[in-house]
Write a new protein. Structure first.
Length: 247
């Protein structure tokens, strides 16, 4: 589904170049729920933004559903973003003037077509994520967890190859975080969704199939869940502690 090989990205400040991603290799399979963790500044958002076609990168390969991103025009990249990817952000990014149901349909409105089929899918997503009862409410009238479940539903309305989420539980309490993680799990189980999530929250990450640890722009370690959730969280915390001690 996603294949990243030797990805390198630097930021230019004045005439200086600061390397941020220093040769990232990773792959995500269809219907996998993968988290990326790492200290602040380790390059997590930069990695996500490269995969999202938001920022250019110097070296390496990113392939999404078999399509190579390097060399695509701005127009082609916009098409990948709109048709192949779904996005979930820390601060929800819902439109205040639209209802929950309308927000879910926004990617279709942008494409200029809201088919009967899209409306049916929106209703299925509302039901799958337990937010049917708030379909006609506005973002200001619902909780943070409900807003983020709305955003997860919106990310799925175009039936993307993959959902990219940057700190989706970063603004939520633990109960709302759980509701959002369960939305991802349901999307995976019932819609074969693939989710790639950046998080600093070991609780959220412990629900994933696999966790990639990033340090100083490189993949430090990859942990696959083999045990139950709480044991996996303990193993994650131990690996993060070990990583932080290796200065
Ligand atoms: N647009 C930018 N211009 C220059 N430097 C940036 C830019 N975005 C991020 N950085 C720097 O790149 C490094 C990695 O940032 P980021 O990918 O946001 O890390 P993370 O999400 O893991 O906290 C940091 O040192 C950050 O200051
Ligand atoms: Mg970040």
């Amino acid at each position: 589904m996603l294949y990243v090989k030797n990805l390198e990205k630097s930021y230019q400040t004045g005439n200086k170049s600061y390397p941020v991603l220093k040769g990232i290799d990773l792959a995500v399979a269809q219907q996998e729920f993968v988290a990326v963790m790492g200290p602040s500044g380790s390059g997590k958002s930069t990695l996500l933004n490269c995969i999202s076609c938001y920022i250019p990168f110097e070296n390496g390969t990113i392939r999404l559903g078999g399509q190579e991103l390097k060399g695509l025009t701005e127009h082609e990249l916009a098409k990948v973003r709109n048709e192949k990817l779904g996005f979930v952000f820390q601060d929800f990014m819902l439109l205040d003037g639209l209802t929950v149901r309308e927000n879910i349909l926004v990617p279709r409105i942008i494409q200029g077509i809201v088919s009967k089929e899209a409306e049916t899918l929106a209703d299925e997503l509302l039901s799958l994520f337990g937010i049917t009862h708030i379909a006609d409410k506005y973002p200001a009238e619902i909780s943070g967890g409900e807003r983020q479940r709305t955003a997860v539903a919106r990310s799925l309305i175009n039936q993307p190859l993959m959902i990219l989420a940057d700190e989706p539980t970063g603004n939520l309490d633990s109960k709302s975080s759980l509701a959002v993680i369960e939305a991802f799990e349901n999307a995976k189980k019932h819609l074969n969704a693939t989710i790639f999530m950046v998080t600093h929250d070991s609780y959220a990450a412990s629900f994933c199939d696999r966790v990639i640890l990033l340090k100083d722009g490189k993949v430090y370690d990859t942990l696959e869940k083999q045990e139950d959730r709480s044991q996996f969280q303990d193993r994650l915390l131990a690996a993060i502690k070990k990583m932080s001690l290796e200065a």
